[in-house]
Design a protein around this ligand. Structure first.
Ligand SMILES: *[C@@H]1O[C@H](CO)[C@@H](O)[C@H](O)[C@H]1NC(C)=O
Ligand SMILES: *[C@@H]1O[C@H](CO)[C@@H](O)[C@H](O)[C@H]1NC(C)=O
Ligand SMILES: *[C@@H]1O[C@H](CO)[C@@H](O)[C@H](O)[C@H]1NC(C)=O
Ligand SMILES: *[C@@H]1O[C@H](CO)[C@@H](O)[C@H](O)[C@H]1NC(C)=O
Ligand SMILES: *[C@@H]1O[C@H](CO)[C@@H](O)[C@H](O)[C@H]1NC(C)=O
Ligand SMILES: *[C@@H]1O[C@H](CO)[C@@H](O)[C@H](O)[C@H]1NC(C)=O
Ligand SMILES: *[C@@H]1O[C@H](CO)[C@@H](O)[C@H](O)[C@H]1NC(C)=O
Ligand SMILES: *[C@@H]1O[C@H](CO)[C@@H](O)[C@H](O)[C@H]1NC(C)=O
Ligand SMILES: *[C@@H]1O[C@H](CO)[C@@H](O)[C@H](O)[C@H]1NC(C)=O
Ligand SMILES: *[C@@H]1O[C@H](CO)[C@@H](O)[C@H](O)[C@H]1NC(C)=O
Ligand SMILES: *[C@@H]1O[C@H](CO)[C@@H](O)[C@H](O)[C@H]1NC(C)=O
Ligand SMILES: *[C@@H]1O[C@H](CO)[C@@H](O)[C@H](O)[C@H]1NC(C)=O
Length: 757
């Protein structure tokens, strides 16, 4: 028997080792269950168990030991390289891995380490240039080999940047290391010999080779192998490689083959294969003399396959097939006899026009991916066990009823199926649970019924949807409803029964005209997004019943003229955005929104007043009323607003700023007054406030009163009040030295001295 360790690119070898370890563990645990304590048991077990390899869902049977894998490595060479990558890859596969991370090691190997070796199913030895320099590593190795084959223990050597024959024969850097060791341990030459033997034995085991050499120089590594063979090769690196037919065909124990890339001539594959992974398979079909009877997993992502088999083949053991992004694939391989099939991935097979009818009889099939199968128009009925069905961006026009009515489906994605113009009708009991991805099905005009158990529903971009059925309230588990961009959606239905879990409602950029007052039956709502609803003309009073509401976004609702009185406190509303609406005023009952942190009213061109009660909003941090060009009065703040940091009054018509208020704003950082060309009076108490050193906006100088300087006056006019700004009416200003820093856009500008009469 032979094992070929081809020369690998770093990443693939790490992935390969992790896959191999996963597979070996799976088989090993299975075999241990059935055939205790024999390494040949692995082989027997292979006959009836699945090589699970890199499938994320596959579970490794409960382990018997403390660790699955022990990694022996020379820290200086590989700690930050292959070892850490391998460790990460193993962890990702939920493989319990012991790795000695201590940087400083004593002379003696710790008992804990010996125990870890004993309690690990597989030991991986990463041989690197300086591995033999460390007596610690060598002792570890000796112990690992002592445990090898005991109770199904396995050893996998990995040759990293070193020729295996140098390890085996202690040549090259290993010769140097041993010259040193022999000097150091001249009194215990037995020990040194033990180390040599260990290296020879270990390097004779089948494993993985990663070195700098290019494919052409790579020599075939032929070694004694255990009962299982695993090969990984990157064919694009192999040019005149001796990747001859015989290489594989005669390996009657080869169970796992993972290849990558180009190959010009056909290749014989052994019938023993259980796991075949060939990225970018270059030919139109698999070799006809390969009998795939044993295949459990077939992964051929991004292949050039047109028709997988030329002859009829029955893959009785197949569980997973992945032909994703095989753009030339014109027909699904005959899987009618593959009753064990669980996963089928045909995503991105753009030439595929049909899914065979017998799929409904594949009773173990749970995952079917057909996303981006753009030529696929129809689906047959689906098998009852199907759980995961991905059809996004596919060409399908209709969905079979068995999809809609299947209680086992928890994930269905038909988003971006722009040709889908019909959903199964009313009679179907809609059972899709959990996740339904349906956004951007631009041809879907109406719904009669929706699946009952879903938690998220996105109908984003349903540009033909005019209304929603009232039975939407039957979606008792719905947490998020996204209707944004349904530009024709005019009516949001009456909510007939409470929907206790709905937290987020996104109606942005829809054509809704009003919200039903029954919105109070959505008591869990935290977030309501109505931005850009140009036709929304009112908000029901019952909105105040939404006790959990935290965010209400109404910005850009350009026909919204009134914000309702708030009849009872809404304790959690933090953010209220009314920007670019046409509201004329805020209700004075705004004080019943005690948690408000941000109130945004920018560009409310009709807004003419701000209620005095605004100062009751003790949590308010940000108030933006910039661009409210009709607003002439900003109320005097008569009680402390401890948290107000930012007040934007730019481009308002505010005439006076009763700065008695300022002392009630201890947290204030920023007042913006850009373009307030009507501002004529800032009262005296502003000065106290202005003295605050942490205040960006205004600071006073302590110098005594000086007279106005026209130059400075102009400056002020231009930059504080804008080009057209008028200081003529500035009588209200207290004549004093003011140093004013004005924020214009983002750049801060400091006006040193301003004299105002
Ligand atoms: C295989 O080798 C080619 C050429 O060196 C490289 O571009 C590619 O990434 C390798 N494939 C893998 C999976 O490492
Ligand atoms: C591999 O390459 C590195 C740097 O490119 C070099 O230091 C090292 O000696 C090479 N190893 C082998 C086995 O050729
Ligand atoms: C290495 O493997 C070969 C082939 O199986 C075998 O003949 C040889 O005895 C082994 N050498 C050692 C030292 O185990
Ligand atoms: C598919 O295989 C089955 C046997 O498993 C066979 O009866 C059937 O004719 C095959 N279908 C096609 C289209 O080859
Ligand atoms: C759902 O799965 C269960 C268990 O596998 C099965 O018994 C049932 O028939 C399936 N449901 C449907 C609608 O086929
Ligand atoms: C459905 O697929 C689309 C496109 O990939 C994706 O954006 C969306 O999140 C998916 N929906 C769900 C619910 O997973
Ligand atoms: C709603 O859909 C839009 C557009 O696809 C997306 O940006 C947003 O994240 C979705 N929101 C929710 C809550 O699903
Ligand atoms: C709501 O929809 C708008 C527009 O598609 C999007 O920008 C926003 O992120 C969505 N909100 C949420 C919470 O998903
Ligand atoms: C509210 O809507 C506006 C306008 O679309 C958007 O810019 C803003 O991010 C939204 N606010 C939140 C908190 O989503
Ligand atoms: C409010 O809406 C305005 C304008 O659409 C946007 O710029 C701002 O970010 C929004 N603010 C919040 C807190 O949503
Ligand atoms: C204040 O409003 C103006 C005009 O809308 C804007 O340019 C500026 O960025 C705002 N400042 C802050 C801090 O939001
Ligand atoms: C300000 O001007 C008045 C009269 O124009 C003058 O009496 C006064 O001394 C001036 N004050 C200062 C500090 O220059």
């Amino acid at each position: 028997m032979e094992l070929i360790g081809f020369i690998q690119v770093f990443n693939i070898i790490v992935i390969a080792i992790a896959i191999a370890i996963g597979t070996l563990l799976y088989m090993c645990c299975r075999s241990l269950t059935f055939f205790p304590s024999s390494s040949s048991a692995v082989d027997s077990a292979v006959a009836d168990c699945a090589a699970v390899a890199d499938d994320e869902d596959a579970d490794i049977p409960p382990r018997r030991e403390k660790y699955d894998v022990f990694i022996s490595f020379r820290g200086d060479d590989t700690r930050l390289g292959i070892t850490s990558h391998l460790h990460a890859a193993l962890l990702q596969k939920k493989i319990q891995t012991y790795i000695d991370n201590r940087l400083k090691r004593g002379e003696e190997i710790r008992p804990a380490l010996l125990e870890a070796i004993e309690k690990s199913t597989i030991s991986v030895i990463i041989f690197s240039q300086n591995y033999a320099d460390s007596t610690w590593c060598l002792d570890e190795l000796v112990h690992i080999l002592k445990c090898n084959n005991r109770e199904g223990r396995m050893v996998i050597p990995v040759f990293y940047d070193i020729n295996p024959s140098h390890v085996r024969k202690q040549h090259g850097s290993y010769a140097d290391a041993f010259a040193q060791l022999e000097k150091r341990f001249d009194s215990s030459i037995d020990k040194v010999q033990k180390w040599r033997d260990a290296l020879t034995t270990a390097a004779n085991l089948s494993g993985f080779d990663h070195s700098n050499k290019s494919g052409t120089e790579a020599d075939l590594i032929q070694r004694e192998t255990p009962n299982v063979e695993v090969i990984f090769a990157n064919c694009s690196e192999i040019q005149e490689r001796p990747l001859k037919h015989a290489d594989f065909k005669k390996m009657s124990n080869l169970i796992m083959l993972s290849l990558f890339g180009q190959l010009t001539s056909s290749l014989d594959l052994p019938d023993s294969l259980r796991y075949l992974n060939w990225l970018k398979y270059p030919l139109e079909s698999l070799p006809s003399n390969f009998c795939p009877e044993n295949l459990v997993e077939l992964h051929m992502h991004n292949s050039k396959v047109k028709k997988l088999w030329k002859e009829e083949q029955i893959l009785v053991n197949l569980q997973v097939i992945d032909l994703s992004y095989s753009d030339y694939l014109t027909e699904v391989p005959n899987l009618s006899g593959s009753l064990k099939i669980v996963h089928i991935n045909l995503c991105g097979c753009g030439s595929l026009v049909e899914i065979p009818w017998y799929f409904q009889h594949l009773h173990k099939l749970t995952h079917l991916r057909l996303g981006r199968c753009t030529s696929l128009k129809y689906l047959p009925e689906m098998p009852g066990n199907i759980q995961y069905l991905d059809l996004k961006y596919s060409g399908i026009k209709e969905l079979p009823e068995s999809v809609w009515s299947n209680e086992n489906i928890s994930y269905l994605n038909i988003s971006h199926c722009t040709d889908l113009d019909k959903l199964p009708n009313n009679r179907c009991e809609l059972k899709v649970s959990d996740v339904l991805g349906i956004e951007s099905c631009t041809s879907l005009g109406k719904f009669s019924e929706l699946p009952r158990d879903i938690s998220k529903l996105s109908l984003f971009g349903f540009t033909r949807l005019v209304s929603l059925p009232t039975n939407i309230c039957k979606l008792k588990h719905l947490e998020e409803l996204n209707l944004s961009g349904c530009s024709k959606l005019e009516n949001f239905p009456k909510i007939l029964e409470p929907m206790e879990h709905l937290k987020s409602l996104n109606l942005s950029a829809t054509a809704v005209k009003e919200l039903p007052s029954s919105i109070e039956f959505l008591p869990a709502l935290k977030r309501v997004q109505l931005q850009g609803c140009k036709w929304l003309s009112s908000i029901p009073k019952s909105i105040c019943k939404l006790k959990c509401l935290e965010e209400l976004n109404l910005s850009g609702c350009s026909t919204l003229k009134n914000f309702p009185e708030i009849l009872e406190p809404m304790e959690h509303l933090k953010s209220l955005n009314l920007s670019a609406t046409t509201v004329k005023k805020l209700p004075s009952s705004i004080e019943f929104l005690p948690a408000l942190k941000r109130v945004q009213l920018q560009g409310c061109k009709r807004l003419s007043s701000i209620p005095k009660s605004i100062c009751k909003l003790k949590c308010l941090e940000e108030l933006d009323i910039s661009g409210c060009c009709m607003l002439r009065n900003f109320p005097e703040i008569l009680e402390p607003m401890e948290n107000l940091k930012s007040l934007n009054l730019s481009r308002t018509a505010v005439e006076q700023l009763y700065t008695s208020s300022i002392e009630f704003l201890p947290a204030l950082k920023n007042i913006e007054l850009e373009g307030c060309n009507k501002l004529s009076c800032i009262s005296k108490s502003m000065l106290k406030y202005v003295k605050r050193p942490d205040l960006k906006v205004m600071e006073s100088s302590d110098e005594s009163e000086t007279n106005e300087s026209d130059d400075h006056g102009e400056y002020l006019r231009k930059d504080l009040f804008g080009e057209t700004g008028a200081l003529e009416e500035s009588d209200g200003f207290i004549g004093t030295n003011l140093a004013i820093a004005v924020q214009i856009g983002s750049s801060e500008m400091r006006i040193e001295e301003i004299h105002i009469r």
